[in-house]
Write a protein that binds this ligand. Structure first.
Ligand code: PHE
Length: 383
């Protein structure tokens, strides 16, 4: 049976959320095929993240003509619902059943960390566009997972940029930090912010944890109101920060709100969060030709301005395709070496070379939320 047909049959059983084959591609003959799985949250609490990711992944493959070097690309798309266990199960299935050579995704750090462990142990190339937690590319002992890469900067850097901006540009002296204790991204970013804010002379006057299922923040926010911070740092995803922001304002807390890339969604509560700042991976206002070309192409296909999720999924996919081209092989070990050796790859989110831990070194953008559902570019900060 042809490979492509196998994938279609699995789709029919409802196991795969989607799959694709190269239009006009060979569809069979394993020697010249590279199979790529995409794992993304297409449903659940961060579904706009998954939608943007899927769109950009498909755009990158389409623009490449479903080819890299002499190889035809087959792809498989699956929904992890932003659940780490589901993400791990899907990764295992893609590797053992679909026999993928490479995985792109997932989006959030908590889902991606479990994917990275499976991929690395199975010696399958893994690149996430967006998962910023440090543990994605290194294990608990600090050892590199050699098959794993990311296209984004990391949370230690993102938290540092936010702290510096809060202290130096906003003139904040005190901050309250609220974070989701079950979310690796939220915890890591909160810690990095606190470390750098305190090192720079600031004081964290409230440090409060909550759970993913919490919806009423009045107890925590009463403490925050009493502490009267200059800044309210909210390192979480768009739904949760919108909810907390709304309840904070209702309690009369006037502190400037700030957060990280998790704010980047068309479903952020712009009216509530207007005036707030967040660190992000790109600005659509950036005049570099790579950015403007991507914005044009994405808008033509999907009718909206791409967010950072789209940019990073596009970059991650193109980095993988370039690795396959350079290796001209479907051997994951050769592909990952080619990726590691890329130098100043012209990605949309910046020029990418990888450090020894598979992390690109590149600047962060600071954006301000506007009431008219847009964001304004404020500054770019280099590592
Ligand atoms: N950095 C977030 C995480 O690791 C995911 C994310 C990236 C969200 C970019 C929005 C934009 O969980």
């Amino acid at each position: 049976m042809k490979r492509g047909m196998a994938a279609v049959l699995v789709l029919g059983l409802g196991v795969l959320a989607g799959c694709g084959n190269a239009p006009g591609g060979t569809g069979g003959g394993d020697e010249k095929v590279v199979r790529i799985g995409l794992i993304a949250p297409l449903t659940g609490d961060v579904k706009t993240f998954g939608e943007s990711t899927k769109n950009a992944f498909e755009l990158a493959l389409e623009q490449a003509g479903y080819k890299a070097g002499d190889f035809t690309i087959q792809h498989f798309i699956q929904d992890d619902r932003n659940d780490p266990t589901e993400a791990m199960n899907i990764a295992t299935k893609l590797i053992t059943e679909q026999k993928v050579h490479a995985l792109v995704g997932s989006v959030s750090s908590k889902a991606t960390i479990s994917v990275s462990d499976v991929a690395n142990q199975s010696r399958v190339v893994h690149i996430t566009g967006t998962a910023t937690n440090i543990a994605v590319t290194v294990d608990e002992k600090g050892n590199r997972k050699p098959f794993v890469f990311r296209a984004c900067f990391t949370d230690p850097f993102q938290g540092q940029v936010a702290a510096k901006f809060a202290l130096e540009t906003l003139g904040a002296r005190t901050a309250a930090v609220l974070y989701d204790k079950g979310n690796d991204y939220s915890v890591g970013l909160a810690e990095s912010f606190r470390q750098h804010f305190e090192a720079g002379g600031g004081e964290v006057v409230a440090w409060e944890a909550y759970a993913l299922t919490d919806t009423d923040f009045s107890a925590i926010l009463t403490k925050v109101a009493d502490a009267k911070p200059d800044l309210l740092y909210l390192p979480d995803y768009y739904q949760k920060v919108s909810l907390i922001g709304k309840q904070a304002r209702a309690k009369g807390i006037t502190a400037t709100m700030m957060g990280g890339d998790g704010w980047d969604s068309s479903e952020l509560d712009f009216a509530t969060m207007a005036g707030g700042y967040f660190t992000n991976h790109y600005s659509p206002e950036d005049t570099r030709p790579e950015v403007q070309q991507f914005v044009t192409d994405y808008q033509a296909k999907y009718g909206s301005v791409p967010d950072a999720l789209a940019v990073l999924a596009y970059d991650a996919t193109n980095i993988l395709l370039e690795g396959i081209r350079r290796a001209n092989s479907n051997d994951p070990d050769q592909i990952r070496q080619a990726i590691q050796n890329l130098k100043e790859f012209k990605a949309v989110s910046g020029q990418i070379s990888f450090d020894e831990n598979g992390n690109p070194v590149k600047p962060a953008a600071i954006l301000q939320v506007q009431g008219d559902k847009t964001t304004k570019f404020i500054a770019s900060v280099n590592p």
